[in-house]
Design a protein around this ligand. Structure first.
Ligand SMILES: [Zn+2]
Length: 191
């Protein structure tokens, strides 16, 4: 389903960042930090040719085989909430009984430390930089669209470009989430 930029409503997320959604809830354009992290990892460690520029409000990543670039913006990391570290996921889902049985005589202190301290923390698995992560800059695309609101042919070309780019990023994001949930299902099935 194609997203029409003029049908997008503006709201804010928990961090005060702009997010967009369609009234019929078919699309939500908000934080996509995990997606961007994997894109940057592909750019850094993969062998795909790309341009990557971190230059303030003009930061972007573009792979050679893609028609469009991903506009990037810095945000507070939503995995570690800006801390740079978070609890060790190896302990996720542990119960009090587990701590009692697996821990030594100090199990209560260990559990307390795990719940409220940071001794068991690991570096943020989203690979953020001290709590700051890159995200998709949806605002830049929507703003460019509305900056070219006049009737001229040039403006229409820019608007069409914004619309195609936004839809292209949104569908790669949806493909990414589908892929992630398939992988999670395979892990649960023990593949
Ligand atoms: Zn983080």
């Amino acid at each position: 389903m194609k997203i029409d930029i003029e049908n997008l409503e503006l709201s804010v997320d928990n961090y005060g960042n702009a997010v967009y959604y369609t009234k019929d809830a078919t699309a939500f354009l908000g934080s996509a930090q995990g997606f961007v992290f994997d894109l940057l990892r592909t750019a850094k460690w993969g062998d795909s040719e790309h341009d990557l520029k971190f230059q303030g409000i003009n930061s972007f990543l573009k792979f050679k085989e893609d028609e469009f670039e991903y506009p990037l913006v810095k945000r507070i990391c939503d995995r570690c909430k800006g801390k740079g570290t978070h609890g060790n996921p190896a302990f996720n889902g542990t119960t009090i009984e587990w701590w009692q049985e697996s821990g030594g005589p100090d199990w209560q202190e260990d559990l307390e430390e795990y719940m409220h301290g940071d001794m068991y923390d690991v570096a943020c698995e989203q690979g953020c930089d001290g709590g700051i992560a890159y995200d998709i800059d949806w605002v830049r695309i929507v703003n460019l669209y509305y900056l070219n609101a006049d009737d001229s042919n040039d403006s229409k070309i820019v608007r069409d470009g914004c619309s195609t780019q936004l839809n292209w990023i949104h569908s790669s994001l949806m493909d990414y989430y589908d892929h992630m949930s398939e992988m999670a299902a395979e892990r649960r099935a023990g593949c």
